[in-house]
Design a protein around this ligand. Structure first.
Ligand SMILES: N[C@H](CCC[C@H](N)C(=O)O)C(=O)O
Length: 321
């Protein structure tokens, strides 16, 4: 039998599959089909499948498969849960995790609340270049606080890759219908973002205090998007210096709860440092035969709750959003 986990970071929910405990690793197409099946049909679904594998240089490797089966370069909320999994598996609290574009430093952070373990993860690399998003809009090589009427008349947008693609707009009110319409439009074929884009609308609540709602590529609305909140925090620090205290973390509220980000600006903006700090909650232990995984047969799972969700919900009650 194979053990999997259902986990979340700020209620951005995932299944974790550790390929290194299998007799025969799943192929890319098996992983894609399994991600679609798990995320649609098991335990009220999830936003993606996080696949752990061996790494030559790091304690482990993380791959990210969205609910629609598309693969992403990075997942901030997911990396916190993968870091906890590896930390407990190897009894280490500080190490690196290999992701598609870089080896990221991660470390255990103080619990966010009794029973709510937390991790701090590096979000990197950072690029604003159109070739790295990718995007194409008129003759822009970078899109930073630009008015783009074709997206939403009267709003300004910034595009940043961390390294998955993000489009960010600071708005006075987050209107879900507008965000949904833009999300569908920019993730459809032949448009401004050929590989799609995660879109975040952000409200500035106070100095170093944001609320972020993201429409995720390959998923749709999620309770939180770690790379989205991280990218938004960097753009916030760049665009609103009078509202950003560089000596303190930024508190980022989201529909699933709250995380912290730490931004270290650099005169060369791509060399700025982003750390995402937040919960890594394991909600369910799942057991299934390896054969069933290869066959994508998920109708005979042994599932038990870990009991951690009640602690996370107590944490959510304790934060005044
Ligand atoms: N949907 C994203 C991947 C998951 C990112 C998000 N869940 C996070 O926590 O960063 C993309 O296609 O780039």
């Amino acid at each position: 039998m194979v053990k999997l986990l259902k986990v979340h970071g700020s209620e951005n929910q995932f299944f974790i599959l550790d390929q290194t405990i299998l007799d025969n690793k799943l192929s890319d197409s098996e992983l894609k089909n399994l991600a679609i099946n798990f995320c649609k049909n098991i335990l009220n679904g999830a936003d993606g499948l996080l696949v752990i594998d061996t790494s030559d240089d790091c304690l482990g490797k993380m791959r990210v498969i969205n609910a629609d089966g598309s693969e992403a370069k990075m997942c901030g909320n997911g990396l916190r849960t993968v870091s906890r999994y590896l930390s407990e598996k190897y009894q280490l609290n500080e190490f690196h995790v290999e992701t598609l574009e870089s080896n990221l430093s991660v470390k255990k952070a103080p619990d966010f609340y009794p029973g709510v373990p937390a991790f701090s993860v590096e979000i990197s690399p950072i690029s604003f270049k159109k070739t790295d998003l990718p995007f194409s809009y008129k003759d822009l090589n970078e899109m930073i606080n630009e008015e783009i009427p074709e997206f939403v008349p009267g709003e300004r947008f910034s595009a940043i890759a961390v390294p998955n693609p993000h489009l960010i707009s600071f708005v006075s009110n987050i209107q879900h219908d507008i965000l949904n319409h833009l999300g569908q439009k920019l993730n459809s074929a032949n448009n401004y973002f050929p590989e799609g884009v995660n879109i975040s609308f952000a409200k500035i609540l106070d100095k170093n205090k944001l609320f972020v709602q993201t429409f995720e590529r390959g998923v749709g609305f999620t309770n939180a998007c770690g790379t989205g909140m991280s990218a938004t925090s960097l753009v916030f620090a760049l665009l609103y210096p009078d509202q950003f205290d560089s000596n303190k973390d930024i508190t980022v509220y989201n529909p699933g709860g709250m995380v912290k980000t730490n931004i270290e600006l650099n005169p060369i903006k791509e060399l700025s440092k982003i750390h995402l700090i937040g919960n890594a909650t394991f909600t369910h232990n799942i057991e299934v035969s390896e054969e069933a995984l290869h066959q994508n047969q998920l109708d005979d799972l042994r599932i038990e709750e870990t009991g951690e969700e009640k602690d996370y919900q107590a944490f959510v009650k304790s934060i005044n959003r």
